[in-house]
Design a protein around this ligand. Structure first.
Ligand code: SAH
Ligand code: SF4
Ligand code: F3S
Length: 456
């Protein structure tokens, strides 16, 4: 029987959407132990810091946050309250031993594959004085041991993330993910469909399928035949009440014919695709171990847009990977000009300990990385502004996800993932309504419902 003394849990989440999903599942796994959400670390009996190791001074950032949490823990101890402090996520996986050595006041250190063992670690931490550490890649699948997702995790519960695949076997030269998340593993289709149904029953209208390489997802049909992501999307599209589907992050190498076709024939699949390319230079793409060329990428987008002409594209770019010359960088700008992105993320290359690129010769000087990043972001900003401006005057289906910042305002998402603000009653939350877009801003749009304004 679950023990349920009321206790409070505070989770701090950094990093990718998968961490957001994982944080919600850690809260689910602790709920039967009596943990309800806390307002902040000050009133929490347990604090989990869910960390990211992808770039920059990840480890230092963790230690500085832990320093702050230590003060909270000490203050609470003086008032007679115990606080369990846990570090989870990708820094815990990669730097568990260092955390143990430098921050012995941390009670639990756990890697992304062991969240289902959290209750047992909490019990151990409560008993013992030392730190409990578990950064295994266990043979059992954590998803088989986690309880069903209790409630949709994202704001308002209209949109939700659903992890379908984890880990990565691609070993790009620069990336820590294969080391922190382990080998590629897919969840079974039946478990995913059941989870999606529960989400929809709880009011979710839009689901984003998550995976480090979400389009590498593979499963088996009832008769054992292999299935790919397109098949899964088609099955999910049949769930009544599920208005919208998205998936992220995909790899260009795993975009198969059926998935491209699904963009053309599944109305629930939103016309927005985040497809990281990293660079437009074939030399850099080879050095990065991406295993495709710039022309392959452009061809792929041509085929996707043939299937779904209004497909909005997003991507990730890295500037200053070891060996990147001015000509390589120019090739990236050329690729961006050829595609025209509706938004994109760009980063300065950041050496990650233990990855091949970190030890490679011809590291690019910091000042040069800065210069390239500014130039690249200028171009991407202009493309985003242009994309948003082209939406003005259109009537778009907007899924209303919650209240806006001002009284009487509501907010939602366009098919192209732009935030949209408008005036309207809160009863519209959860509905997909037609909105006449009348203004564009840097990262969002504003408009009016058709009732209020006759659109051209
Ligand atoms: N699996 C996804 C990416 C996950 S990481 C994919 O392959 O597309 C998200 C993004 O962080 C990457 O696309 C890359 O642009 C960036 N990134 C990863 N490692 C990095 C590093 N060492 N330095 C700078 N950016 C990095
Ligand atoms: Fe990292 Fe490359 Fe795997 Fe993406 S595909 S998670 S960038 S190793
Ligand atoms: Fe960061 Fe780990 Fe996600 S390194 S980006 S939290 S997979």
């Amino acid at each position: 029987m679950p023990i349920s003394t009321p206790k409070r849990l505070h989770v701090i989440t950094w990093g990718c959407q998968m961490n957001v999903y994982d944080s919600a599942r850690m809260a689910d796994v602790l709920a039967p132990l009596g943990y309800a959400p806390a307002e902040g670390p000050e009133d929490a009996d347990m604090v989990i810091l869910n960390t990211c190791h992808i770039r920059d001074r990840a480890t230092e950032k963790v230690f500085s946050e832990l320093g702050r949490l230590r003060l909270v823990k000490n203050a609470r101890a003086e008032a007679g309250h115990n606080t369990i402090l846990a570090v989870a996520g990708c820094v815990a996986q990669a730097e568990g031993r260092e955390i143990l050595a430098r921050a012995p006041y941390v009670d639990i250190i756990l890697g992304p594959q062991t969240y289902h063992r959290l209750p047992e670690m909490v019990a151990q931490a409560a008993r013992a004085a030392g730190t409990v550490i578990d950064t295994d890649f266990p043979a059992e699948q954590k998803f088989d041991f986690l309880p069903d997702a209790a409630a949709p995790q994202s704001a308002g519960g209209i949109t939700a993330f659903l992890t379908i695949q984890e880990g990565c076997d691609k070993f790009c030269s620069f990336c820590v993910v294969p080391y922190t998340r382990g080998a590629e593993a897919s969840r079974p289709a039946a478990a995913i469909i059941a989870e999606a149904r529960r989400m929809v029953a709880a009011g979710v209208r839009e689901i984003t399928l998550l995976g480090q390489n979400v389009n590498a997802w593979h499963g088996a049909g009832p008769d054992g035949t292999p299935q790919t992501l397109a098949r899964l999307l088609r099955a999910l599209a049949e769930i009544p009440g599920l208005a919208r589907l998205r998936y992220t992050t995909s790899h260009p190498r795993d975009m198969d014919d059926d998935l491209i076709a699904a963009h053309g024939d599944l109305p629930q699949l939103m016309p927005f695709l985040h497809l990281p390319v990293q660079s437009g230079s074939d030399r850099m793409l080879a050095a990065m171990n991406r295993k495709h060329t710039a022309a392959d990428y452009l061809r792929l987008i041509g085929r996707l847009r043939a299937a779904r002409p209004d497909l909005a594209m997003s991507s990730d770019f890295i500037v200053g990977h070891p060996g990147e010359t001015e000509a390589d960088f120019e090739a990236t700008l050329d690729l961006i000009r050829s595609v025209g992105f509706s938004q994109a993320f760009s980063f300065k290359y950041s050496p990650r300990p233990g990855t091949p690129a970190a030890g490679a010769p011809h590291q690019v000087p910091e000042a040069e990385k800065d210069r390239r990043l500014y130039a690249l972001q200028d171009l991407l900003r202009a493309q985003q502004a242009d994309f948003n401006a082209r939406c003005v005057g259109l009537t778009l289906p907007v899924l209303i996800t919650g209240q806006g910042r001002h009284r009487g305002q509501i907010a939602g998402r366009s098919p192209y993932l732009q935030p949209v603000h408008l005036t309207g009653p809160a009863e519209l939350i959860g509905q997909e309504i037609m909105v006449c877009i009348d203004d564009a801003h840097t990262n969002s749009l504003s408009g009016a419902t058709l009732k209020e304004k006759a659109c051209a």
